[in-house]
Design a protein around this ligand. Structure first.
Ligand SMILES: NC(=O)c1ccc[n+]([C@@H]2O[C@H](COP(=O)([O-])OP(=O)(O)OC[C@H]3O[C@@H](n4cnc5c(N)ncnc54)[C@H](OP(=O)(O)O)[C@@H]3O)[C@@H](O)[C@H]2O)c1
Length: 244
């Protein structure tokens, strides 16, 4: 892959694990090759594993429309490596459908199944493993045909365009969703040297747990903690967020 002019974000991905869907050819094969060249352990998703010939990649059977295959692929990665750092939702189809009036709904369903439902399904299954580690990334391969700007949202290929709009929505969801905007808040606080841990605040871990389990009682009004949380859940969230 010609990477001249592209930013050097990483010198090495040694020790990291990546899964690329639709890695048999085209852009997916190039991404998988580039990740392997950076020494990541690369799982190359393929409907037919014989289509993956690179000997520095591990081919994994992965049709993104099949829930069982997706679950099996993630289970295998977890069993073999115990981690997943990079998920590239690349697999896609592009049926050259006409305008909306002429659109075949079968073509629409096929396109949505691969381009939108597929990434949702794969990400959903991979999420726990991704969130197990620090700094995991999900890369959704979209298209300029999925942009609202630049006069792209009209004319032919409505199925493809709308599938990529949905994929952009998934990306937005992940930014504020299960990854948790708390990381952004923590990082913003850290950037101005504000405390982000109990130790930095100068309080005991137990005070944090007491606050999390009792603060819903302080005022008779709705809080995001609802009816409060149990101590085990409080310790879990405080540990996962690095506060204690
Ligand atoms: N090429 C472009 O100009 C362009 C521009 C913008 C965005 N994109 C996007 O970039 C991505 C890759 O495009 P490309 O041009 O490299 O496409 P491509 O050469 O047609 O390759 C598509 C890949 O997706 C796989 N795939 C298709 N259906 C699948 C399914 N149900 N489950 C798993 N894998 C499946 C294919 O596997 P098989 O080998 O088994 O068919 C193949 O590996 C797509 O998301 C596309 O929308 C492409």
């Amino acid at each position: 892959m010609d990477t001249e002019g592209s930013p050097d974000v990483y010198d090495s991905l040694d020790g990291q694990v990546a899964l690329v869907t639709g890695a048999t050819r085209g852009i997916g094969a190039a991404i998988a090759a580039e990740l392997a060249a950076l020494d990541a352990t690369v799982y190359a998703g393929a409907r037919d594993t014989d289509d993956v010939t690179a000997d520095d990649q591990r081919s994994v059977r992965l049709d993104v429309t099949e829930a069982d295959a997706v679950a099996a692929a993630i289970d295998r990665i977890e069993a073999e490596t115990g981690r997943l750092d990079v998920l590239v939702n690349n697999a896609g189809v592009f049926e050259r459908t006409g305008s909306l009036a002429a659109l075949s709904m079968d073509a629409f369903d096929r396109t949505m199944a691969v381009n939108l439902r597929g990434p949702v399904l794969v990400t959903k299954h991979a999420l726990a493993l991704l969130l197990d580690g620090e700094g995991a990334r999900v890369v959704n391969v979209s298209s300029d045909l999925g942009q609202f700007t630049g006069g792209q949202m009209s004319g032919s290929y409505p199925a493809y365009r709308l599938s990529k709009v949905g994929l952009g929505g998934l990306t937005a969801y992940l930014h504020g969703g299960d990854r948790g905007i708390w990381r952004d808040i923590r990082d913003a606080l850290a950037a101005i040297d504000a405390p982000t841990t109990a130790e930095e605040l100068g309080i005991d871990d137990d005070v944090v747990i007491e606050a999390l389990t009792t603060c819903h009682e302080i005022r008779d009004r709705y809080t995001i903690l609802g009816n409060g949380m149990k101590e085990a859940a409080a310790r879990d969230v405080a540990r996962k967020t690095g506060v204690i």
